[in-house]
Design a protein around this ligand. Structure first.
Ligand code: CU
Length: 205
């Protein structure tokens, strides 16, 4: 009977070792992966009783898988910042408004067209004896001259000699730009001519 009892005990121990080794192998290979999360000591103590632990391990990979798709979604959102290159064309639009400042030189229209008139200078009168011009406008006077005279405006610094030539007749064109507003007298500076009525008035407006 002893031999049989020993045999049963040996057989039972061998069976336990085989079964335990089986579970150790099954749980031992899977253990490395879950170790980071659950460093539970009981795994080594009861290899056969750890069977329920594997389902917990399965849940962990599910969480990782759940995190992975979330990352992909984030990656789907990240591509949005790519449109930045589209903002680059903006500097191209800035140079275009530059042409606007160029039209600023509008003061150019100020140059008024030259005013041209005809006038006779003779003893002892200017005909006509009045004229009008705008300030800053060039006044051009085409003289028909009889005798020797001058066309003088003291306030405007105007003083031209008018000579009818040896035979007493001639022509001359003079021009000036009044730089003052007002009414000024033009006259002949030859002694006695102004006193005899050789004068007129120029209105600068
Ligand atoms: Cu005169």
């Amino acid at each position: 009977m002893d031999k049989v009892t020993w045999g049963i005990i040996i057989a039972a121990v061998a069976f336990a070792v085989i079964v335990g080794g089986y579970f150790i192998l099954k749980g031992g290979y899977q253990a490395p992966t879950p170790t980071p999360t659950g460093p539970l000591a009981p795994e080594k103590v009861a290899p056969g009783e750890q069977i329920p632990s594997p389902p917990e391990e399965v849940s962990l990979p599910d969480e990782e898988e759940a995190i992975a798709p979330a990352l992909t979604e984030e990656q789907m959102i990240t591509p949005e910042p790519t449109p930045e290159p589209e903002s680059e064309p903006e500097p191209m639009q800035e140079p275009t408004p530059e042409p606007e400042p160029t039209p600023e030189p509008e003061p150019t229209p100020e140059p008024l067209p030259t005013k041209e008139i005809s006038m006779t200078a003779r003893n002892f009168a200017f005909i006509p004896n009045s004229a009008t011009v705008q300030k800053g406008q060039e006044l051009k006077i085409n003289f028909s001259i009889s005798g020797t005279h001058t066309f003088t405006i003291d306030e405007l610094g105007v003083n031209y000699s008018l000579s009818g030539g040896y035979y007493g007749t001639g022509s001359k064109t003079v021009s000036f730009i009044p730089d003052k507003l007002g009414t000024f007298e033009y006259y002949c500076a030859i002694p006695g001519h102004r006193a005899n009525g050789m004068l007129g008035s120029l209105k600068v407006e």
